[in-house]
Design a protein around this ligand. Structure first.
Ligand code: NAP
Length: 235
């Protein structure tokens, strides 16, 4: 169980991040809920508070270093610790092919999917290092292992996130900090602004939350660095 632990979840307002936040709160963690739009976060915090669970709302734009630093500072001042960071927020963008993608769309995608986790790790690792423990979980995608036609920028951001994860895991290992990556296939969320086809046949957000729960409750001497996830039957 995660009593007295502090867990920061980005993209907590809907989809996979909301499921992860609910699960970590149900295990006893105090969850810090992050996304840009406060209303959605407030709604989730109210839901958790109504069942006696612990949550704090912190709206921010992950692409802004000053806002991410302010989040880490607020967590330091309020809790003096951070046990879990889940870098879940991400943008989905399918089509057009790469040669028709604008530099602005490329930059926006990379800023959320790759720079965001970098800024979060940069801001939170010092607090974890001070305590000699912590778990950082990055939510990548099977698109970070496979080619994705008409999704080259998205795939590149997730291949990049995987490389970042494997490398920073080695940097932080000696400090007692585990850095893991979860790479799901298609999940039933409104990712990329679209209601998915074959919703029932996809992975569900709770499936990813199950894996997060498993990772953060591993015994101290073990470390699962990566989990690839697929629905049992191909959608
Ligand atoms: P989603 O439903 O679209 O939710 C995205 C979350 O990220 C929202 O809470 C959104 O809140 C937040 N967000 C977006 N831009 C942000 C920013 N600049 N700053 C802070 N928060 C921001 O997405 P999802 O399907 O749950 O996906 C979550 C993660 O799983 C992503 O990293 C995605 O790449 C990965 N993934 C998804 C699938 C899938 O099929 N759904 C498959 C594999 C991997 P605001 O809009 O309020 O900021």
């Amino acid at each position: 169980m995660l009593q007295n632990q502090i867990a920061v979840v980005t993209g907590a307002s809907r989809g996979i991040g909301r499921a992860i936040a609910r699960r970590l709160a149900s295990l006893g963690a105090h969850v810090v809920l992050c996304a840009r739009h406060r209303q959605d976060l407030d709604r989730l915090a109210e839901e958790l508070h109504s069942t006696g669970q612990k949550a704090t709302v912190f709206p921010l734009d992950l692409t802004q270093a000053t806002q991410v630093d302010a989040l880490a500072q607020a967590v330091r001042e309020q809790f003096q610790r951070c046990d879990i960071v889940v870098n879940n927020a991400g943008l989905g963008q399918l089509g057009p092919p790469l040669h028709q993608t604008s530099p602005q769309d490329w930059d926006r995608l990379m800023a959320v999917n790759l720079r965001g986790p970098f800024l979060m790790i940069r801001a939170f690792a010092p607090l974890m290092i001070e305590r000699g423990s912590g778990h950082i979980i990055n939510i990548s995608s099977l698109a970070g292992h496979n080619p994705l036609k008409n999704g080259a920028a998205y795939a590149a951001s997730k291949w990049g996130l995987n490389g970042l994860t494997y490398s920073v895991a080695e940097e932080l290992r000696d400090h007692g900090i585990r850095v893991s990556v979860i790479a799901p296939g298609s999940v039933n969320t409104e990712f990329g602004g679209k209601t998915p086809a074959n919703a029932g046949a996809r992975l569900q957000p709770g499936d990813i939350a199950d894996v997060v729960a498993l990772l953060v409750q591993q015994r101290r001497q073990s470390f699962v660095s990566e989990v690839l996830m697929r629905p049992a039957r191909k959608p």
